[in-house]
Write a protein that binds this ligand. Structure first.
Ligand SMILES: Cc1cc2nc3c(=O)[nH]c(=O)nc-3n(C[C@H](O)[C@H](O)[C@H](O)COP(=O)(O)OP(=O)(O)OC[C@H]3O[C@@H](n4cnc5c(N)ncnc54)[C@H](O)[C@@H]3O)c2cc1C
Length: 383
């Protein structure tokens, strides 16, 4: 079994920002399976699993059971920055992925309006700083407003260096655990502390998923386990790895930022600064590396000298699940008619969750695959 988790994700700020009811939601239904024959079983209680369960429930696809080996959001989800910023990804991500990201931000906004308490989405602007003059110009997305150094200085007083910038309005962010808790609150059946351990397949169908709390016989199963599921009896062999990242949150400060300033920091509601999001290639150790945290703080102070001496209130790390081409899988489990999986959402899984969930719910209910199935296929790596 592969658990895409890092012991230190509990050090993230997100849990401390929740209400007692939201915190309780993350540990709901501990070790008790309320429905042994659900129409739909979702394995994995990160943002993908929770969003998919919510989409299936809302689409009226029958009874939905979600199981999660730890608490909801204990994997990559609980350690993410929670930025929902499709437009800057136009500089780095392939077009179909950016399309998914943009569609997904729209769905996040719909959820914010439709759910009784919303998902905790805040609108935010993104400013990217260009260390070299003209650094962004070659691939400038149409939504960008180009900022001359004087304009950057007005928006971000106290920057150590004069820099050009790119401003993109109308992006968003969430506390990822609050979003998980709010989505999960609408689900009828959740069992945390329950791990799927093996699968029984008959012909082209999964008939039983064995778990640490006994067997479940679902009509349909969706695996949303971060990296592809590795379970006895399940014929899945999709290449993937994981990329560790560190983040920190400072004490509250009088330094003010106009939203997300990349690559410097994001200001949270209470004035604290969220910084980091390192790519620690090859570091498989689940522990926080103090030198990486120190280097994030050094970078913050180098960009904003007024941050010198600011204390670190939270520090954590977690692993991004990734496939070799950095695109997620959203597909049937190869060879199985009633089993789907979604995995490898790498650095945009929070953003992509509602659109991915909608794709899966539509596929399950209407037999309708996504528009470009090859882009997300589980078998593309063997071609
Ligand atoms: C430092 C960092 C910053 C990031 N920032 C952003 C960001 O700003 N915006 C963004 O969109 N994305 C961001 N990401 C990426 C995002 O966190 C992930 O892409 C996303 O959380 C993946 O969600 P998931 O549900 O697929 O996986 P996970 O959150 O890992 O959830 C999978 C769940 O499945 C459970 N599970 C696994 N196996 C089993 C089993 N056998 N039985 C039961 N349960 C099982 C695990 O315990 C886990 O809870 C960031 C990631 C990192 C590391």
């Amino acid at each position: 079994m592969v658990y895409n988790r890092c012991m230190t994700v509990d050090g993230a700020i997100w849990r401390d920002q929740l209400t007692a009811a939201e915190r309780a939601e993350l540990g709901r239904g501990h070790a008790a399976i309320p429905d042994r024959r659900p129409d739909i079983l979702i394995v994995g209680g990160g943002i993908m699993g929770v969003a998919t369960a919510a989409a299936c429930h809302e689409a009226g696809l029958g009874s939905v059971l979600l199981i999660e080996t730890g608490r909801l959001g204990t994997g990559a989800t609980g350690g993410a920055s929670g930025l929902l910023i499709p437009e800057p990804h136009r500089w780095s991500d392939p077009e179909p992925l950016v399309d998914l990201e943009r569609a997904s931000l729209e769905r996040w906004r719909e959820l914010e309006h439709r759910l009784p308490n919303g998902v905790g989405l805040s609108d935010i602007d993104w400013i990217g700083l260009a260390p070299h003059p003209g650094g962004f110009a070659a691939h400038q997305p149409p939504s960008v407003e180009w900022l001359a150094p004087g304009q950057v200085e007005q928006l971000i007083p106290g920057l150590a260096r004069s820099m050009e910038g790119a401003l993109i309005r109308g992006q968003a962010r969430v506390n990822p655990l609050r979003a998980v808790a709010r989505l999960a609150a609408g689900l009828p059946a959740v069992a945390t502390g329950v791990a799927a351990t093996s699968v029984t397949v008959r012909g082209d169908r999964v008939v039983t998923v064995s778990t640490s709390a006994g067997d479940v016989d679902p009509g349909v199963v969706v695996f949303a386990t971060g990296q592809p599921p590795v379970l006895d009896g399940l014929p899945v062999n999709i290449p993937s790895d994981r990329v560790k990242g560190h983040l920190l949150v400072t004490e509250a400060t009088s330094v003010t930022l106009p939203g997300i300033v990349a690559p410097v920091a994001t200001q949270l509601e209470d004035g604290r600064l969220l910084a980091g999001g390192t790519f620690d290639i090859g570091d498989e150790d689940p522990a926080i590396q103090p030198d990486v945290i120190a280097s994030i703080m050094d970078g913050l102070v180098a960009a904003l000298p007024a941050a010198k001496g600011l204390g670190i209130a939270y520090q954590w790390c977690c692993f991004r699940p990734r496939h070799p081409d950095r695109r997620p899988v959203i597909d049937h489990v190869p060879g199985l008619d009633n089993a789907w999986l979604t995995s490898g959402h790498f650095r945009t899984g929070i953003l992509n969750a509602p659109a991915t969930a909608a794709v899966l719910a539509r596929w399950i209910s209407a037999g309708q695959p996504p528009a470009e199935p090859g882009t997300w296929s589980a078998t593309r790596f063997s071609r």
